[in-house]
Design a protein around this ligand. Structure first.
Ligand SMILES: *[C@@H]1O[C@H](CO)[C@@H](O)[C@H](O)[C@H]1NC(C)=O
Ligand SMILES: *[C@@H]1O[C@H](CO)[C@@H](O)[C@H](O)[C@H]1NC(C)=O
Ligand SMILES: *[C@@H]1O[C@H](CO)[C@@H](O)[C@H](O)[C@H]1NC(C)=O
Ligand SMILES: *[C@@H]1O[C@H](CO)[C@@H](O)[C@H](O)[C@H]1NC(C)=O
Ligand SMILES: *[C@@H]1O[C@H](CO)[C@@H](O)[C@H](O)[C@H]1NC(C)=O
Length: 381
């Protein structure tokens, strides 16, 4: 704000306070209106999408009724290139970084990196200029990309790198795909000390899909930062807030495994205002592990998380959800459950603001249309 004049700063401050006061005096009313509008919008949106016959990825590409793939993606898929990475020198490259560096900037082709088994101790960033990259691992022996940076690791100037840069793998590019890969951050989690966030992967690009992948970390394992994301048949492990961010993401057939020692939260979804199209939807999944966990805690005032058809083990706290100590969020978060099972799905003790969704309310969240999948999810293999 250094470039703003004092006068402007004061005006902005005044406007902010004025708005905040207004907002506060009528927030309860507005939240309900917002909420109802959102529900009806979401149902309408769902109906539009189903009339387009948006189907899950099991439908053959090109089948009647399928919404057209987005054009850039279609072009990229018609022009695939495959390169291999193997640590013993039998591939095109020995490291993933070298393979990525070999790709010309402003890539327009699907680039499949066949990554041979092994432990790759590499810190990797896929920049925005490298869309359409696929990491194709090995189902029998998934290659591991590992690191152990935490938020408190110092830069050269002594300042901490922060959670964002602690990621072992950072995906800033769109249209990223990973299959049969293991992403890891091995930094230990000692409850009580700060700066121990250690991200295994950060996904900031949109239209990213993960199949048969695993994610290992402690605090902040999977930074589902932003964009449309799809996770299928994945294993995600961590201790605190281990799926977090404001992506709009569908997790199908996934196992969320807590290694928390005490009380923690599986997710920290950061939807900060009612117009953001963001939220995590977990479907046909399993929650297991140690400690006592909330399904979610509200990082943003409008945090949105839904669990459907999911087995919730006894590790899930009876309360189910946390407002992170800010009660006004009880009226603005959207925490839904639908047809879940297991001891953790017992509603005795649930916070009253958890939502047991009706069929109609659940529908928008329980298909790949939730992430607009019909326009970009392709058969991965
Ligand atoms: C190199 O690694 C690949 C993949 O792990 C393996 O299939 C191949 O046998 C190895 N070759 C040699 C010469 O070690
Ligand atoms: C993914 O995992 C499933 C089993 O969970 C397996 O049947 C399938 O072949 C795997 N796909 C690939 C591409 O490895
Ligand atoms: C991170 O891993 C490196 C390489 O294995 C090791 O030298 C270092 O001590 C580790 N750092 C921490 C904080 O554990
Ligand atoms: C909501 O958040 C988004 C992203 O930060 C921002 O672009 C938008 O202006 C916000 N809308 C409102 C109504 O605050
Ligand atoms: C749910 O939990 C309550 C309190 O622990 C218990 O009394 C009840 O039997 C449980 N219900 C089911 C269906 O397990």
């Amino acid at each position: 704000m250094a470039f703003l004049s004092h006068h402007l700063q004061l005006t902005l401050l005044f406007l902010f306070l004025f708005n905040a006061t207004l907002a506060y005096s009528s927030w309860r009313f507005e939240k309900n209106v917002d909420y109802n509008n959102w529900i009806s919008w979401n149902i309408k949106n769902y109906q539009q999408k189903t009339t387009l016959k948006a189907e899950s990825i099991v439908q053959a590409p090109g089948a009647a009724g399928r919404k057209a793939l987005d054009l850039k993606l279609r072009k990229a898929e018609m022009n695939k290139v495959t390169i291999s990475v193997s640590q013993n020198g039998t591939g095109d490259f020995k490291t993933i970084r070298e393979a990525l560096n070999s790709i010309p900037l402003y890539n327009t082709r699907r680039l499949i990196l066949v990554i041979k088994p092994g432990v790759y101790r590499e810190k990797i960033t896929i920049p925005r200029t490298l869309p359409f990259v696929t990491f194709l691992g090995d189902a029998n022996d998934p290659p591991t990309i590992t690191g152990n940076d935490t938020a408190s690791v110092a830069r050269r100037d002594g300042s901490p790198i922060g959670t964002f840069e602690s990621a072992t793998v950072s995906v800033d590019a769109n249209y990223f795909v990973a299959i049969d890969m293991k992403f890891e951050n091995t930094a230990p989690h000692e409850t009580g000390s700060i700066g121990e966030q250690g991200v295994a992967i950060r996904i900031s690009g949109t239209k990213a899909a993960f199949y048969n992948c695993s994610f290992y970390g402690s605090q902040d394992t999977l930074y589902d930062h932003k964009g449309l994301h799809f996770f299928n048949n994945c294993f995600i492990q961590g201790s605190v807030d281990f799926i977090f961010g404001y992506g709009r993401s569908l997790y199908e057939n996934c196992n969320l495994n807590s290694i928390a020692k005490k009380v923690a939260s599986l997710t920290a979804q950061k939807r900060t205002n009612s117009s953001l199209e963001s939220g995590f939807s977990f479907k046909d999944s399993v929650v297991t592990g140690s400690g006592q966990v909330y399904l979610g805690r509200a990082w943003g005032d409008y945090s949105r998380v839904v669990f459907s058809y999911t087995f919730l083990d006894k590790t899930v706290l009876p309360q189910g959800w946390s407002d992170w100590g800010d009660q006004k969020r009880d009226f603005s978060v959207y925490y839904g459950e639908y047809k879940c099972s297991g001891p953790g799905a017992n509603l005795t003790g649930r916070v009253p603001w958890a939502r047991m969704l009706t069929d109609e309310e659940a529908k928008p969240f329980i298909g790949t249309y939730y992430v607009e999948g019909d326009s970009w999810l392709i058969r991965p293999y």
